[in-house]
Design a protein. Structure first.
Length: 348
């Protein structure tokens, strides 16, 4: 089936789960806006994903699927049907979103060809889910259904108030030429979190190499990790104030570099354009690493259990603790060169 692009007036994108997953799907927006300049674009997600989307001016409406609500599925199906979409893009394609897509009433219904769900779609994305980076997979999805792609930009919405908050914070705590590095200890699973001692070692080495200044950002579940990094570091660092997710994103936006685990904040920092180095242990950076040429990742490739994908490490977290700090600093040096970051080069 070929999409009659001139007849598309309203589009629904669907991606449930967390904020990082939603951010990686935003790679479709520039391409949809160019291919369907007159269409309204709506987005169906779960509550965490709303934060990434609600300040994006080109999003017409955000629909929230809250699985805790009574009859959430029925209510969502009714809402989607009532909105009369011409094109539904189900980037999640689980049994729930397949049903929502099936009963949407849209002429064009696109999803991944996963077992037991193709009944819902008349346009299919690629079957090889693990062949592409998670962001690139969305681009391949569009290509598979006949939508041209020229852009690979990610998006994350910030408003003027959040940007002003971050700039004011930096003005009060750093000098304009400081090489400010954000350290983010967040991670969805325990095994994805680089140890505080390793983060501290990275920070101290960067201070001694570049006279870097440090801002440690944290969320509700990360405060003790952030505090531990600050206490272990031999050199000064600053703990970020308690912020909203978007205020934290605005702080990362002003920084020169972000070092993070595979996490929501890592995807946020790539989307807002701050050069980012991600530290990987159990996850595959080829699939979930920072997306785009400005960024880089590192992991201990020679470790026999690397990429185990386990939620809890049954060993001694060698994937992070044995990761050579000098290799991490080499990656930072490459990012500095690639992104023309102005830093102090003298040794301290």
């Amino acid at each position: 089936m070929k999409i009659e692009k001139g007849k598309i007036k309203r589009i629904l994108c669907i991606k449930l789960r967390g904020i990082g997953d939603v951010i990686l799907s935003t790679v479709v927006f520039d391409n949809l806006l160019k291919e369907f300049p007159l269409a309204k674009i709506d987005y169906l997600t779960e509550p965490p994903g709303k934060t990434a989307l609600e300040k994006l001016s080109f999003i017409n409406e955000i629909l929230i699927y809250n699985k805790e609500e009574t009859f959430a599925g029925v209510k969502t199906i009714a809402k989607v049907f009532f909105n009369k979409y011409d094109l539904v893009l189900d980037f999640y394609s689980n049994p729930r979103t397949a049903a929502i897509t099936c009963f949407s009433g849209a002429k064009y219904r696109a999803g991944f060809p996963y077992r037991g769900r193709t009944y819902a779609y008349n346009l299919l994305g690629p079957a090889e889910r693990n062949k592409f980076h998670a962001a690139q997979l969305h681009i391949e999805f569009l290509n598979s259904i006949g939508i041209k792609t020229e852009s690979s930009n990610l998006h994350f919405g910030l408003d003027k108030k959040e940007i002003a908050f971050a700039q004011d914070f930096f003005d009060k705590n750093f000098s304009v030429n400081d090489f400010v590095v954000v350290l983010s200890p967040s991670g969805g699973w325990d095994s994805k979190k680089c140890d505080a001692s390793k983060f501290a070692e990275i920070g101290d080495t960067l201070y001694e190499t570049y006279h870097a200044k440090f801002l440690i950002v944290w969320g509700p579940e990360d405060y003790h990790d952030a505090l531990a990094i600050q206490k272990i570091m031999k050199h000064p660092s600053l703990l970020a104030p308690n912020t909203t997710i978007r205020e934290g994103a605005a702080l990362m936006r002003v920084a020169k570099l972000v070092i993070a685990n595979d996490s929501g904040p890592m995807h946020i920092s790539t989307a807002i354009g701050t050069p980012t180095l991600s530290l990987h242990g159990p996850t595959d950076p080829n699939l979930q690493g920072p997306f785009g040429d400005k960024h880089a990742w590192i992991r201990l490739e020679e470790l026999d259990c690397i990429g185990c994908n386990l939620l809890i490490c049954p060993r001694k977290h060698e994937c992070f603790l044995n990761l050579p700090t000098e290799k991490i600093i080499e990656k930072v040096a490459q990012l500095i060169l690639k992104n023309d970051i102005l830093v102090h080069h003298e040794k301290i």
